[in-house]
Design a protein around this ligand. Structure first.
Ligand code: SF4
Length: 374
């Protein structure tokens, strides 16, 4: 069950509902996806309708058809990061409502997605989507937005127009083959780990606090504890990040270190130097296509690494599709046969940037290679 969370924003109460559902027939594990949604695996067909009703009652679903149109990805620090170009958070609700009400979108691909990138340190430049909205510098008191989709690029200065512009692009895409685009290529590469630890906001005395469950996965008890943590420190408001973590956006500066320590105590990653901060893995055994136990092998990589500044990014993928990879990886373990990996080094987004350095290694040898190479 995938729970689409437009803009990644949800309440502690909603997270507690998901935790409870995971505990009672929802597979037990909650994943934060790299589109800042939530996912429960291993849900039996008999449990799915009950869970859908539970999530609707908690405001976590717009109903079956509406829900498919709520893939709206927003920078996790929108409105909080003093370095961002513009805060696009206020647009999420208007776009979701416009899409939900539009009957011509009934045939929209369930994967259709929108990126809203306001810039800043955790910008979404490299993220591909069907439509990418990027805040342009130099907007003065107004806002200038670049709107890109396949075969289309325009600048919108009247923000009120944006929901209609995006709706028209989505309507045009119905019945066509999906082709994603990225935003303008004019920013430094996004960091390989998400917002972790304490960060300053522009308003004095307030901070944000970021944390990530290892590999973006947590059990129901941890999710319940994270909800209570958000209640204690941020009036019950959380943001999910496309780096598979969570952010409390509005924390009193005097309590920020304590909030971070509590997150560490819950087993969450709270520093970019943590060996787990830059390791990603796909669903592995949770996916029928996987050749390997990617999650267990990623955990083995984490366990064998030493903490240190900026550990290089490792990506463990159960097959060649690389579903989990939305950031450059220094080392990629690619499942190619029963329990076996090819090892690739470098960034495949750059022409000739990735090299195959070992083929068909068993998992233990691949893990050793990744730890040594990263
Ligand atoms: S990368 Fe392959 S094995 Fe992993 S989740 Fe995607 S399709 Fe499944």
């Amino acid at each position: 069950v995938r729970i689409r969370v437009p803009g990644g924003r949800l309440t502690a109460e909603q997270l507690a509902v998901v935790a409870d559902a995971a505990r009672r027939g929802g597979g037990g594990t909650i994943e934060i996806t790299n589109r800042a949604n939530l996912q429960l695996r291993g849900v039996g067909p008999a449990d799915a309708p009950r869970l859908a009703a539970t999530f609707s009652a908690a405001g976590l679903s717009a109903g079956e058809m509406g829900d498919l149109r709520r893939n709206i990805l927003l920078g996790p620090l929108a409105g909080l990061d003093p370095t961002e170009t513009a805060d696009l958070g206020g647009l999420v609700g208007a776009i979701a409502a416009r899409f939900d009400a539009e009957a011509r979108l009934d045939g929209l691909s369930p994967k259709y997605g929108i990126v809203l990138d306001g810039g800043g340190r955790w910008h979404l430049r490299a993220r591909r989507a069907d439509a990418v909205v990027t805040a342009l510098p130099g907007g003065g008191h107004g806002l200038r937005l670049s709107v890109r989709a396949t075969g289309s690029e325009r600048v919108v200065s009247d923000v009120e127009e944006l929901p209609d512009v995006l709706t028209a692009l989505a309507v045009e895409s119905v019945g066509r083959r999906r082709r994603t685009v990225a935003g303008p290529d004019d920013r430094p590469a996004a960091p390989v780990s998400g917002p972790l630890g304490v960060g300053a906001r522009s308003d004095p005395g307030r901070c944000w606090v970021g944390a990530m469950p290892v590999l973006g996965r947590m059990d129901a008890a941890t999710a319940t504890a994270v909800a209570a943590w958000a209640d204690r420190h941020a009036a019950g408001r959380l943001r999910l990040t496309p780096w598979r973590g969570v952010v409390l956006g509005d924390v009193d500066a005097t309590g920020a270190d304590g909030a971070t320590d509590e997150a560490t105590g819950l087993g969450l990653v709270t520093g970019a130097d943590d060996p787990a901060a830059t390791v990603v893995a796909c669903a592995g055994r949770g996916c029928a296509s996987s050749h390997t136990d990617a999650i267990a092998d990623a955990r083995a990589v984490i366990a064998a690494r030493r903490p240190g500044p900026g550990p290089a990014a490792v990506h463990v993928s159960g097959c060649e599709k690389r579903c989990a990879q939305h950031r450059p990886a220094a080392v990629t373990l690619l499942g190619v046969g029963a329990g076996r990996y090819d090892v690739l080094v470098g960034d495949r987004r750059v022409a000739d940037g990735e090299r195959l350095v070992a083929s068909g290694l068993d998992a233990a040898a691949a893990v050793r290679y990744a730890v040594g190479a990263a």
